[in-house]
Ligand binder design. Structure first.
Ligand SMILES: CC(C)(COP(=O)(O)OP(=O)(O)OC[C@H]1O[C@@H](n2cnc3c(N)ncnc32)[C@H](O)[C@@H]1O)[C@@H](O)C(=O)NCCC(=O)NCCS
Ligand SMILES: Nc1ncnc2c1ncn2[C@@H]1O[C@H](COP(=O)(O)OP(=O)(O)OP(=O)(O)O)[C@@H](O)[C@H]1O
Length: 301
């Protein structure tokens, strides 16, 4: 039995015995870096499992991604655990936002991408997620008591530092930035994840408070992010018209009361059909939902 199962079992036994479900002593024995990597991987798996997500890989289908499957997303998420733990450890070692920490994260991020590609046979399942969650895991390891917006701002300061050995790549994001002047994953991080802090997390909390189920609250958080994000995945595949469809479609679901209402679900089905037709996938928003779920889980550290 691993440490996590032991903790869960101990909590379950306390609850059954009518005792307060206090965290047992073993909880403190899990190194913080391991725990943060656990939370980040759990956030990635929760994001992949969440259904029905428009255009994305989920429990129903592979959406607009013929080269992916839910099993591949799970395998990819699990392959990132060592990289995420090392990112947290690097932050603990350097102890502050600094150029050496940024350089170390860049190196670990590239190794994480290589591990992902080796696991998926070359499919880009989580490039944006490694970036966002890597920065957030490192920011959290520097001070686990900080609130979400402080953590996001700290991650933003890390993202603003130059990676000394970054080889400029002509990525889809770069090409879209040149063509449309859109900010992508780098800018979102540098600004302190405004789509998550200003939209995803507040929507998650609002929908829960309104009585939505956890799945509906998470879908609403994804939609709130989609409604404001300049997602370079969408722009790459379907241009500004596709991005407008994504943003307006997401807003339309929320305007009907979100995914927990019948009218909202109708809009969501329509949006999914439009995205399949356009071959557009909100992959950047999916990464940021994982970031949102990481904040939510790390909030109880
Ligand atoms: C900054 C990154 C994401 C590269 O960005 P770029 O836009 O050039 O790449 P690419 O087109 O491959 O897109 C990356 C992914 O980001 C996601 N994304 C797209 N748009 C957005 C957005 N507006 N906001 C957030 N994420 C987005 C998507 O999943 C997309 O696939 C990053 O991969 C990188 O620089 N890696 C180098 C290694 C490194 O420094 N790692 C640090 C780890 S903390
Ligand atoms: N559930 C999900 N389904 C699909 N993509 C996701 C999901 N979760 C996150 N993503 C993100 O979407 C990105 C993949 O999108 P996409 O396949 O459009 O990127 P690409 O490899 O740059 O380009 P393309 O496939 O358009 O040629 C990944 O970086 C990943 O982080």
């Amino acid at each position: 039995m691993n440490a996590h199962n032991l903790i869960l079992e101990t909590i379950a036994v306390s609850v059954e015995a009518g005792l307060p479900a206090k965290r047992p002593a073993q909880a403190t024995e899990i190194p913080m870096a391991d725990h943060l990597a656990d939370l980040a991987v759990e956030a990635l798996i929760d994001e992949a499992d969440l259904s029905p997500k428009p255009g994305l890989v989920d429990r129903r289908s592979n959406g607009t991604h013929p080269d992916m499957s839910l099993a591949l997303m799970h395998a990819s998420a699990l392959s990132l655990w060592p990289c995420l733990r090392q990112m947290a450890e690097a932050a603990q070692t350097f102890g502050e936002i600094s150029q050496p920490l940024r350089a170390s994260l860049g190196q670990l991020g590239r190794e994480g991408e290589a591990a992902m590609l080796a696991t998926t046979g070359g499919v880009n399942t989580h490039r944006g997620a490694i970036w966002a969650l890597g920065l957030l895991v490192a920011a959290t390891a520097l001070d686990t008591q900080a609130d979400a917006s402080t953590l996001a701002a700290r991650a933003g300061r890390l993202a603003l530092l130059d990676d000394p050995v970054l080889v400029p790549q002509d990525s889809h994001g770069q090409q879209v930035r040149r063509r449309y002047g859109a900010g992508g994953a780098r800018e979102q991080a540098q600004q302190g994840f405004p789509a998550v802090i200003g939209h995803g997390l507040p929507q998650l909390q609002r929908s829960r408070a309104a009585g939505a189920s956890e799945q509906h609250a998470r879908l609403d958080a994804l939609l709130a992010i989609m409604a404001v994000l300049s997602d370079t995945c969408v722009l790459w595949r379907s241009g500004p018209a596709g991005l407008a469809t994504v943003q307006q479609g997401a807003l339309a679901v929320l305007a009907e009361g979100g995914s927990a209402t019948l009218a909202g679900r109708r809009q969501l089905r329509q949006l999914d059909q439009h995205l399949l037709h356009l071959n557009a996938s909100p992959g950047g928003a999916a990464d940021l939902l994982a970031a949102c779920l990481f904040f939510d889980k790390a909030g109880s550290l």
